[in-house]
Design a protein around this ligand. Structure first.
Ligand code: GDP
Ligand code: IMO
Ligand code: MG
Length: 429
């Protein structure tokens, strides 16, 4: 398999975990490059459901090696509990999960700051974060004040972590929030460090040596383009770069070694948290998408906002990410809808826009220009061959290809591995 970067092409939760799990069969390494435990990637294998926050979804296939790259912010406590939860269901991480020594750690005060700021903000200033400490951890990284994963395997861990916690308390007090008990937090962190130290590695080197041996890498994006700190609906975004460019800086693998970019698109649109969402449906159709699609956050359980497919966003995502092929998921959720809508442009102050404006306040005022397509009546879950799909679904997929200029390579008709069809463009993968 070529080296592939797989990214979310909307606002996250497109079904990346499922597609990664399917593609992992052909890869040697699966690599997370940004985000942290704000991600919730669901993989269904047989009767069992796994929700992975930090561990790459490739861990569920035996013998595959997984890396948490330097671009990820790593919560040690969360990592320990995820490794333990996997062990309980017979998935062993030791020896095949590697944590970059350069990844920044999410510390307890990051989470307290994240939650405290969200609670304090007025409704209009609230981002609706996952409260996993992501923003404050990346802020410390950029401010050159973070603690990195190499500390977990160092004899100086207690010293370094105590100092980080002390500075964290200062930040909490400046924010008017209660400080944490340093010794209690330190004891918890030291316990996690003892369990994780064996996993810390020079992953940049491991990955580059793997490339040199001709092994294949699958980069697993978290979140999605519209949550990108540069390209998303700023400030209603996460604090990392989920776009394809993030894969290189977040792993130490040169962009020259990336062969293809796959974008994952949900057949409709969802968003969790605050911020503009032009095709949002606040009616019975939106409610139906939420219910049928099970659209509740995999990390926070919050109901996801639902709306029609937005080709403006998909086109923008194709451009920024350089998407070679789409994987389109959750088409089965549209079964039985008489008419489907696709936003092809936005109208703002009497002008037509073919890309999202930079200012989130402008995006919030954009009116989608819709095109209508006929839906399909039949249930598609059990379809196993592309030629057996309803004609109107084929037309819907062709229209997505036309509007974005990118071919579809994978079609997903249900959460299981077996509900996956390979499409025309798959031969490139
Ligand atoms: P991710 O964050 O992009 O990995 O996506 P999530 O796991 O947060 O959300 C996707 C949800 O849709 C999960 O519950 C998946 O099990 C489910 N899912 C994935 N693909 C399909 C599909 O084709 N059809 C249906 N009905 N569910 C799917
Ligand atoms: P996966 O990888 C959907 C959203 C939050 C909030 C914003 C900022 O499962 O697709 P943060 O906690 O990152 O500071 O929150 O980003 N968000 C996600 N939405 N899927 C995700 O991950 C998300 N990770 C963060 O809801 O709006
Ligand atoms: Mg998710």
């Amino acid at each position: 398999m070529p080296n592939i970067v797989l990214v979310g092409a909307q606002w996250g939760d497109e079904g990346k975990g499922k597609i990664i799990d399917v593609l992992t069969e052909r890869a040697d390494w699966v690599v997370r490059f940004q985000g942290g435990s704000n991600a919730g990637h669901t993989v269904i294998v047989g009767e069992r459901k796994y929700v992975l926050h930090l561990t790459p979804s490739g861990i569920l296939r035996p013998n595959k090696r997984c890396v948490i790259g330097n671009g990820v912010v790593l919560d040690p406590m969360e990592m320990v509990s995820e490794i333990e939860a996997l062990r309980q269901v017979g998935v062993e991480c030791e020896g095949r999960l590697f944590l970059s020594s350069r990844a920044h750690l999410v510390l307890p005060h990051h989470k307290a700051l994240d939650a405290g700021r969200e609670e304090r903000s007025s409704m209009s200033g609230r981002i609706g974060t996952t409260r996993r400490g992501i923003g404050p951890a990346y802020a410390d990284k950029a401010a050159r004040a973070g603690l990195r994963a190499h500390a977990l395997a160092s004899r100086r861990f207690s010293e370094d972590a105590r100092e980080a916690l002390r500075r964290g308390n200062e930040a909490l007090m400046v924010a008017g929030l209660a400080p944490l008990d340093v010794e209690t937090e330190l004891a918890r962190l030291a316990e996690a460090a003892a369990q994780l130290s064996a996993y810390v590695a020079d992953t940049e080197r491991l990955l580059n040596e793997a490339v040199a041996r001709g092994e294949s890498l699958l980069f697993e994006g978290a979140q999605g383009i519209m949550l990108d700190v540069d390209f998303g609906t700023y400030p209603y975004v996460t604090s990392s770069n989920p776009s394809a460019g993030g894969a290189s800086v977040g792993t130490g693998v040169s962009p020259r070694h990336v062969d293809r970019v796959i974008g994952v698109l949900k057949a409709y649109t969802t968003r969790v948290g605050e911020g503009p969402f032009p095709t949002e449906l606040r009616d019975a159709v939106g409610e139906r998408l939420r219910t049928v699609g099970g659209e509740y956050g995999a990390t926070t359980g919050r109901p996801r906002r639902c709306g029609w497919f937005d080709a403006v966003i998909a086109r923008y995502s194709a451009m920024i990410n350089g998407v070679d092929e789409w994987a389109v998921t959750k088409l089965d959720v549209l079964d039985g809808l008489e008419t489907l809508r696709i936003a092809t442009a936005y109208r703002l102050d009497g002008r037509l826009l073919d890309a999202p404006p930079a200012d989130a306040r402008d995006l919030a005022r954009c009116e989608p220009v819709y095109e209508e397509l006929p839906g399909w009546r039949e249930s598609v879950r059990s379809v196993r061959r592309p030629q057996d799909l309803p004609r109107h679904m084929l037309a819907y997929l062709s229209r997505i290809e036309e509007l974005t200029g990118v071919p579809v390579a994978i079609v997903s008709l249900g959460p299981g591995r077996e509900h996956t069809l390979e499409w025309k463009a798959i031969e490139k993968i």
